[in-house]
Design a protein around this ligand. Structure first.
Ligand code: FAD
Length: 449
């Protein structure tokens, strides 16, 4: 029948479109509903627009120190309106190519808001679609937290900030997680006055403690002011009052804390885990043929995690293959210069177990000296000779981290890793050196006493 499908997917973000492509590759008949534009938060107001702007601010930052490298670039200035327009062009191009890609797999895309009528029925624009399985991939949106309500003018969320074609001079950011840290680094690179407020006792609270300390140093170096263990007590039309009594008067406030799930209208009753859709280890909701992938289940709010979960669900539906989703195996990246990335366990998580630690300073690399990028480190943790975690502050950290993800996923021993030859001069040499350090065998550091 025309409106009968093996899988109905609600949401065209990373979870939704990956599930759709994988389902088609598995020979399943798929329909995907998207109420807005393909690509979800990631493409339209998350990963891609922010990284497009970040690339421009990084370029500007590099040009500012060009003289150190013997290049005369005295007259440089930054035109944010052009950066803003370029960001929009990149997003539009990717939206078009993504839509074509998904359609090239024979996936039927319905650009309408979808509603779950029954466990196997989706309604969109008065049409009913019969779906043997449903994947809820409706994502998340900024939460309007009590006391930090946004108005889109003075108090902005991560969506609002991307709509500004001009950035004011003095910005206050609430939250030092991935989004807050990234914007702080973008604005500081663009010569703005930036202040970050963090409720927890350290920046990037989810990172390894040493990474947080490094970020504090990097913030200080780039002139970013920060207050940890500090709460925003009150926001009025022009000022922000902190828990220590200080009154700050920024031009705008960016609330980079808190997200909540987006849910479709439903006539069925799903279970929730707090605010998010509750799922079992196979990402099944309490209704066995309805699954939830990506931000909507709140397990880990990252695009690659959404993709991994979504393709796992399709493999489970098509082949009965169980899903193994381990949060600690998902690489996390904090973009900016230098990049920060980690995978596996932090030293705090290993507290109480028998583990080894090796820290390699990036300054010991010829490549880092050549690039003048000496402020960084690779910290590696091992348990019973296997890599348990890696924490990187270094140029190219967003790529380097996958070497460790591979080691962890495949339970490689340090001896197995050290059989590999690492090219010189590269930042990857730091991977070799940090792992060698676990055996006290680094070739670029003095002997360990
Ligand atoms: C500023 C920012 C920067 C980020 N940067 C990164 C990054 O660098 N790396 C990274 O990994 N992650 C990043 N993220 C997180 C990432 O964007 C999300 O984890 C990812 O988009 C989640 O994918 P998803 O498919 O679960 O949901 P979403 O991307 O939110 O997609 C959900 C889709 O469902 C649609 N939808 C919702 N309800 C309905 C309905 N009823 N009917 C039809 N369609 C519906 C929505 O319109 C949306 O398109 C960032 C997020 C933000 C906010």
């Amino acid at each position: 029948m025309e409106n009968c499908f093996d899988i109905g997917i609600i949401g065209g973000g990373p979870a939704g479109y990956s599930a759709a492509i994988r389902a088609s590759q598995r020979g399943l008949k798929v329909v995907l509903f998207e109420k807005s534009a393909m690509g979800g938060v990631c493409l339209n107001c998350g990963c891609i627009p922010t990284k497009t702007i970040l690339h421009c601010s990084d370029l500007y930052k590099s040009f500012k120190k060009a003289e150190k490298f013997g290049i005369n670039a005295a007259e440089i200035f930054c035109d944010y309106e052009k950066i803003f327009n370029r960001k929009n062009e990149v997003v539009q191009k990717l939206q078009k190519s993504l839509t074509k890609l998904v359609q090239s797999y024979g996936v039927k895309i319905i650009f309408e808001q979808a509603e779950i009528l029954e466990a196997d029925k989706i309604k969109a624009c008065d049409d009913i679609y019969h779906c043997k399985n449903i994947i809820l991939a409706t994502g998340s949106k900024p939460a309007n937290l009590k006391g930090l309500e946004t108005d889109g003018k003075f108090v902005l969320n991560s969506d609002d900030i991307l709509k500004l074609s001009e950035i004011p001079q003095n910005i206050l950011i609430i939250g030092s997680g991935a989004i807050g840290t990234e914007w702080a680094r973008i604005f500081a690179a663009l010569d703005k006055k930036v202040t970050v407020i963090e409720l927890e006792s350290r920046l990037l609270p989810l990172a390894d403690g040493d990474v947080s300390k490094r970020l504090e140093r990097l913030f200080k170096k780039s002139g970013i002011k920060f207050y940890t263990g500090t709460k925003v007590e009150n926001i009025s039309t022009k000022s922000v009052i902190l828990s220590d009594g200080q009154v700050l008067t920024p031009d705008i406030v960016l609330v980079a804390a808190g997200r909540e799930p987006v849910l479709p209208q439903m006539s069925i009753k799903l279970d929730f885990d707090g605010k998010f859709v509750k799922v079992n280890e196979n990402l099944q909701t309490n209704i066995p043929n309805i699954f939830a992938a990506g931000d909507v289940n709140g397990k880990m709010m990252l695009a690659h995690s959404a993709v991994h979960q979504a393709t796992g669900i399709v493999d489970y539906i098509s082949d009965g293959k169980n899903i193994h989703f381990d949060k600690t195996h998902v690489p996390s990246v904090i973009y900016g210069s230098p990049e920060i990335a980690w995978v596996g366990k932090t030293e705090e998580m290993l507290n109480g177990t028998d583990y080894k630690v090796s820290v390699f300073p990036v300054a010991a690399l010829g490549k880092a000296m050549a690039d003048d990028e000496i402020d960084g480190m690779l910290k590696v943790l091992s348990v019973e000779d296997k890599i348990a975690g890696a924490h990187i502050v270094c140029p190219e950290a967003s790529s380097l981290i996958h070497q460790f993800a591979l080691m962890i996923d495949n339970s490689l021993s340090t001896q197995e890793i050290l059989k590999t030859i690492f090219a010189h001069p590269t930042y990857s040499e730091a991977v070799f050196e940090a792992v060698s350090g676990l055996e006290k065998m680094s070739l670029s550091l003095p002997p360990v006493k």
